[in-house]
Design a protein around this ligand. Structure first.
Ligand SMILES: [Zn+2]
Length: 183
């Protein structure tokens, strides 16, 4: 899910900022991530004319979304709502009715290449995620050195680790350990 992938553009530990690795180091990095994720074309994700507020808005979307998942307080939800609406107030983009494979749906359309298109598209992806995914199924990996999120689709919501290299292996070996204990 794209909105979850967006959260996972930071890597590192829960121990502190110093341990975190930032993938979105500039607005260019955000725009190219969004284009690769399929949120908009490289052309629509124009970086010419991008300013610091464009970059900060994208990072705020990620931080506020993450806070809602971690703290679930009304204050965190209000903050995310405000940031989403700021991102969705871009004049260069709009939500339109589209039809694909015989089904009507909402979709993002762009009037012209504009740096604000990037946060618009990201905000829309976050909204779609919040609409379609039960909040309690979006979890943060339990590994101490990992801050990634994942959607737990198991029936009893028992998944604890993300699919990141170390964490996936940890969860597999854990499973193996449980199995061998049962035997
Ligand atoms: Zn993990």
């Amino acid at each position: 899910m794209i909105a979850i992938d967006f959260l996972n553009t930071r890597r590192g530990g829960k121990l502190g900022e110093a341990d975190a690795t930032e993938r979105l180091t500039s607005f260019e990095a955000v725009a190219s991530w969004a284009a690769v994720a399929g949120l908009l074309s490289k052309g629509d994700a124009s970086v010419s004319g991008a300013t610091q507020p464009h970059y900060e808005l994208a990072l705020d979307l990620r931080a506020d979304f993450q806070n809602v998942l971690l703290s679930r307080t009304p204050a965190a939800r209000r903050k995310l709502l405000k940031t989403l609406n700021l991102a969705l107030s871009s004049k260069g983009a709009f939500i339109a009715a589209l039809e694909s494979r015989g089904e009507f749906r909402f979709g993002v359309q762009f009037r012209e290449p504009n740096p604000s298109n990037v946060s618009f598209a990201i905000a829309n992806a976050i909204l779609e995620c919040l609409r379609d995914t039960p909040l309690d199924s979006i979890k943060q990996c339990e590994a101490a050195d990992c801050i990634w999120f994942f959607v737990d689709t198991t029936k009893n919501r028992s998944r604890r680790w993300c699919v990141g290299q170390g964490c996936g292996a940890r969860s597999r070996s854990r499973k193996h350990y449980h199995l061998s204990k049962v035997r």
